[in-house]
Design a protein around this ligand. Structure first.
Ligand code: FAD
Length: 321
C-alpha cells in the first residue's frame, strides 16, 4: 500500500546534512510509490531543493518564518505541528540528531502520536512498516511497528545507505507561512569549537582517544592519525573529564552516538557507557596496552601496544597510501 510520507531536511552551515538524504531514502521505502514531502525550516536554496528532489522528495515544503532561521525548540515544535496537521501524512521521519531528538517527542505529544525513536533500519513487511532500534545501550536490537494512526519515527544518522541521486527528478516547491509565537529561547551567538572539523555523528572514520593518552598534548598522535585518514576525532568521557579535550568530542551513552565505517579506539578500556556510543560501528580497531581490556571483546582488530608507539607508525604507513 502506498503512503504519504513527510521528512525533515536538516542543514548545517547552509549545507544539507547527510541524515536528510538518509530519511529520504527510508521515506521512499515506506512510501512504496506514494508521495514524499521534505520539510525545510526557514529557507531553502535552489541547490538544496534540487538535491532533495534528486534524493526522493516529490514536494519540498518550506516553512517560512524569520524566527525559524535558527533552531529553537518552541519554533520548530510549533511549525512542524502545523505542517503535519495540514498534510495529515501516513508517516513522519526525522533524523535522530541533537535537534530532532529535542522536538520530535514534543510534536508527537501535541499530535497525540506514538514515537519510535533512534531507529537504525526500516523495512516494509506486507502492510506493516517495521523499525529496528537498539535497546539496553546497544546490547540488543528490537523491532517495533505502529499498529494504528500515523507512523512517527526518528532515524539514527549514518545507518541507512543513501540511494544514488536521480538527476532527472524534480520537486514541487510549496511555501507555507507558519504561525510561530512565544519563543522562549533565542540563539544570540554561535561559537564553533570544532570549526573546520568533521562532524562526529556523520563521520565515516573516527579516531578516538581515552584516558590512555594521559594529557591534552597526548592527543597529538590521535589527531595526527585522524588527519591522515580524513577522520573525525572522538574521545571517551574519562578523557573529557580529565580536561584532555572538549566535551563536544565525547562518544558514548552521555555523549554522541556514532556509527562510522571505521572506529579506532586508542587508550580506551571499553566501558559499557562508551560502547553504547560506538559499538554499532562497522569495523572497530582497538589499540590498548592491556591485552585484557574489554574493548578487545567488541573489536574486529586489536593491537596490544603503547598508543604512543603504534599511532605514529600507523600514520606513517597510511601517509604512503
Ligand atoms: P579508562 O577506563 O581509564 O581506560 C584507559 C585505558 O587506556 C586502559 O584500558 C589502559 O590499559 C589504556 N592505556 C593506558 N595507557 C596506554 C597507552 N600508553 N597505550 C595504550 N593504551 C593505554 N564514558 C564514555 O566514554 N562515554 C560516555 O558517554 C559515558 N557516559 C557515562 C555515563 C554514566 C552515567 C557513567 C556512570 C559513566 C559514563 N562513562 C562514559 C564513563 C565510563 O564508565 C568510563 O569511566 C570511561 O568510558 C572510561 O574511559 P577510558 O576508557 O578512556 O578510561
Amino acid at each position: 500500500m502506498s503512503k504519504n510520507v513527510v521528512v525533515v531536511a536538516e542543514s548545517r552551515n547552509g549545507n544539507l546534512r547527510n541524515v536528510s538524504f538518509e530519511v529520504l531514502t527510508a521515506a521512499q521505502t515506506i512510501a512504496n510509490g506514494g508521495h514524499v514531502t521534505a520539510v525545510v525550516f526557514g529557507e531553502a536554496s535552489e541547490e538544496q531543493v534540487q538535491q532533495l528532489a534528486q534524493h526522493g522528495a516529490d514536494t519540498v515544503q518550506i516553512a517560512e518564518h524569520a524566527d525559524l532561521a535558527s533552531y529553537s525548540t518552541d519554533g520548530y515544535t510549533q511549525a512542524f505541528t502545523q505542517i503535519i496537521n495540514s498534510i495529515q501524512p501516513d508517516a513522519i521521519l526525522i533524523g535522530h540528531t541533537a535537534t530532532g531528538r529535542d522536538y520530535a517527542p514534543r510534536v508527537a505529544a501535541r499530535l497525540n502520536l506514538g514515537l519510535i525513536s533512534d531507529c537504525t533500519a526500516v523495512a516494509v513487511e506486507g502492510d506493516d512498516v517495521v523499525f529496528t532500534r537498539p535497546i539496553y545501550a546497544g546490547k540488543l536490537f528490537q523491532t517495533r511497528k505502529v499498529t494504528s494512526g500515523t507512523i512517527f519515527a526518528t532515524i539514527r544518522p549514518n545507518n541507512i545507505e543513501i540511494t544514488e541521486p536521480n538527476t532527472a527528478r524534480t520537486a514541487n516547491v510549496v511555501k507555507t507561512s507558519v504561525d510561530v509565537t512565544n519563543i522562549r529561547t533565542v540563539i544570540q551567538n554561535v561559537v564553533r569549537k570544532t570549526s573546520g572539523a568533521i562532524d562526529l555523528t556523520e563521520a565515516k572514520i573516527i579516531v578516538s582517544g581515552g584516558r590512555g593518552v594521559k594529557s591534552a598534548e597526548g592527543f597529538a598522535p590521535v589527531r595526527e592519525l585522524a588527519e591522515v585518514l580524513g577522520a573525525a576525532v572522538g574521545a571517551s568521557r574519562a578523557a573529557c573529564d580529565a580536561g584532555y579535550c572538549d566535551y563536544s568530542m565525547q562518544v558514548g551513552q552521555t555523549g554522541k552516538v556514532v556509527t562510522p565505517d571505521l572506529y579506532i579506539a586508542c587508550g580506551i578500556s571499553g566501558a559499557v557507557q562508551h560502547l553504547a556510543g560506538m559499538s554499532n560501528s562497522k569495523i572497530i580497531i582497538a589499540i590498548n596496552k592491556d591485552p585484557e581490556a574489554p574493548i578487545f571483546k567488541v573489536a574486529d582488530y586489536g593491537i596490544v601496544g603503547d598508543l604512543f608507539e603504534v599511532l605514529p607508525l600507523l600514520a606513517e604507513e597510511f601517509r604512503k597510501v
